[in-house]
Write a protein that binds this ligand. Structure first.
Ligand SMILES: Nc1nc2c(ncn2[C@@H]2O[C@H](COP(=O)(O)OP(=O)(O)OP(=O)(O)O)[C@@H](O)[C@H]2O)c(=O)[nH]1
Ligand SMILES: [Mg+2]
Length: 355
């Protein structure tokens, strides 16, 4: 009889087989458990995997500073769960520091006050804030797509250095990718470098450009640009303007004139007046939004430089306190870093948790 049919041998092989099976099952369970327990924050891309470029991931990365700041403040306020007033006071401080704005903060705190004592946990406070932020931002439609007869005209305004020209470049790239013809109008005639900067974006994105010499009257450049777009039936016109302090009356008058030129030449235009606000500026952005809205009837906001800012709460304040929708957020300097505003991705990026 061969040795392997020996009952003692069979028992020995079976025992080892069973032991091996138990070890394998154990390893598998540990792996599964580890994957389940891995915090979402640590769940970065696997080595060698293609980077996640989904809007949700971009918001998550871009809002990292704002999210961390807010989380620290919420955690700091907790520990006072037994004393509602102390908890609310600490949270108030934290929210105002995150640039959510005074009025908006009060609205958010109402939701926290309404929590029962047992819900005053980190998860409970987060859930209340998430629900309230979502409600305050509801209805924000994100980007506006050109509709109706060409040209669709967007006038881009804002104070100095907020990111107007860069936002125009990124918008041009988006529209070109969608197969639309684009014309850029160099309405910032104040500096030669501004015209060059826009020309580079035109070249990079395959857009046309209408420009004049530095020092030319901005209204005259805009007149030429809109005339060209109407004649060529260009799909999208993006008008750059010089940065200006919203408190300088003569500069705001110049901008009103630019708007009137567009209106006169193309009935129904401008279809969008996009105000670029720098997310690192804080509450001054609210007064900028009010002044530009009074002067040129702003219809939407692009919130730039959110990637370098801990003040993501500003988006909520702008919507709630000025009533302007956030169309786009700038999450970096490249063309792909302009993201249409997405409520769910924004709320998850700023205040991760369950509702
Ligand atoms: N990190 C980051 N930088 C940005 C973003 N948007 C613009 N910038 C940078 O901000 C700086 C100013 O951008 P511009 O587009 O020239 O600003 P502007 O409003 O046209 O400036 P003026 O024409 O001088 O008023 C540049 O260095 C841009 O690269 C963004 O979303 N994130
Ligand atoms: Mg510029």
């Amino acid at each position: 009889m061969p040795e392997w049919t020996n009952p003692a041998m069979i028992g020995w092989v079976a025992a080892w087989g069973l032991a091996l099976l138990v070890v394998l099952i154990g390893l598998l369970r540990a792996r599964l458990q580890g994957a389940r327990e891995r915090p979402p924050e640590a769940a970065g891309p696997q080595p060698g995997a293609a980077p996640d470029t989904s809007p949700r991931e971009r918001f998550r990365l871009g809002l990292a500073k704002s999210r961390d700041g807010l989380a620290r403040r919420i955690r700091g306020a907790l520990g006072q769960e037994d004393d509602l007033e102390a908890l609310v006071e600490d949270l108030e401080q934290g929210l105002i520091e995150s640039d959510v704005g005074v009025r908006t903060t009060q609205k958010l705190l109402e939701a926290v006050r309404a929590l029962s004592a047992s819900d005053r946990t980190e998860a409970g406070v987060r859930a209340a804030l998430r629900t309230e932020v979502r409600a305050l931002l509801a209805g924000d439609g994100g980007s506006t797509e050109p509709t109706g007869e060409a040209p669709w005209i967007c006038l881009v305004v804002g104070v100095n250095g907020v990111g107007k020209t860069t936002t125009i470049g990124k918008l041009a790239a988006r529209h070109r990718e969608a197969g639309r013809s684009v014309l850029l109008v160099a309405g910032d005639t104040f500096r030669a470098a501004a015209i060059d900067q826009l020309s580079v974006w035109a070249e990079r994105t395959g857009a046309d450009i209408v420009k004049q010499e530095p020092g030319a009257d901005p209204s005259s450049v805009v007149f030429d640009g809109v005339a060209a777009a109407v004649a060529r039936k260009t799909d999208v016109v993006l008008i750059d303007t010089a940065g200006r302090l919203h408190t300088k009356v003569n500069l705001m008058e110049e901008l009103k004139k630019v708007r009137r030129v567009v209106e006169r030449q193309c009935p129904g235009a401008p279809h969008e007046v996009l105000l670029v606000l720098d997310a690192t500026t804080g509450q001054n952005a609210i007064s900028q939004a009010r002044s530009f809205t009074d002067a040129v009837a702003v219809s939407g906001v692009a919130l730039s430089k959110l990637d370098g800012s801990a003040r993501g709460g500003m988006a909520v304040a702008i919507r709630h306190e000025v009533g302007l929708p956030i169309r786009y957020v700038g999450l970096g300097e490249t063309a792909a870093d302009l993201q249409p505003f997405e409520l769910d991705s924004f709320v998850d990026g700023l205040l991760p948790g369950a509702d």
